[in-house]
Design a protein around this ligand. Sequence first.
Ligand code: HEC
Length: 273
Amino acid sequence: MKKLASLALIGLTAGLLSFTGGAMASEGQKTAKDIDFSFEGPFGKFDRQQLQRGYKVYKEVCSNCHSMRFVKFRNLAEGGIFTEEQVKALAATYTMKDGPDSNGEMFDRPGLPSDAFPSPFPNVEAAKSANGGAAPPDLSLITKSRPGWYGTFNQLWNGIGGPQYVYSVLTGYEDPPADLAAEQPEGKYYNPYFGAGHWIGMPPPLSDGQVTFDDGAPNTLDAMAHDVAAFLAFTAEPKMEERKHLGFMVMIYLALFSALLYLVKKKIWADVH
Ligand code: HEC
């Protein structure tokens, strides 16, 4: 009887958890598309070439509106995406506000590896007014802060799906359904994957062939969205590979330790009948 009661309790808790998970999705929102990334699973690793391409998409397209203030240029060298020389050069292509100088004036200077990816706007109000009232969110942690799937078990199984969410938003622009088309707000686009309602203030940022990759990889909308989503998974968790590696070593250690404890226990109790 007791066992049955605890089973029921577990079931109830799980049900409640998946219900609250579901409640986070806005009405009519589609679940993120389930696409594969090289870094999934316990042995997953980032694909460095893909991250280079993703960076290029961010730099040429997304950085016109989105900052990444928790990511420093040198993080790209630390993550093995670019060499330190390359990072110096790419940092210098950004303009940073610095100062005040000895006259009390702010001045512009080229970026350094120790700088973070700047915002293209001087402040939030400017960002809003340039984008029809919706400020483009900082992208450093976006793949950690947006769930791609709903329901506890789904997330346990598939992870939170943040990179899939980013991919789905970028590839998810559609014509609005007939019953909604009449109420389309000015400057908003229909995107059923967007987490805060299906009208998004971001114009479709990518289209086929927009960015040319140095490694000659395909540059369809799909491929570019995949690459930039992988890059944003890196910025949100640059040490993911170390974490997985450590986790694996800890599992091996625990397994060996358990075996050892078992043998010791057998030895100690061998003479007790
Ligand atoms: C022209 C400016 C502009 C460009 C270029 C742009 N974005 Fe956006 N983006 C926005 C704005 C504005 C929003 C906020 C939309 C809203 O809240 O309705 C946004 C929202 C988003 C969101 C949704 C965030 C959320 O709140 O769930 C993601 C993801 C995103 N952008 C990723 C990107 C990526 C990746 C690129 C480059 C491929 C990009 N954006 C290029 C302006 C832009």
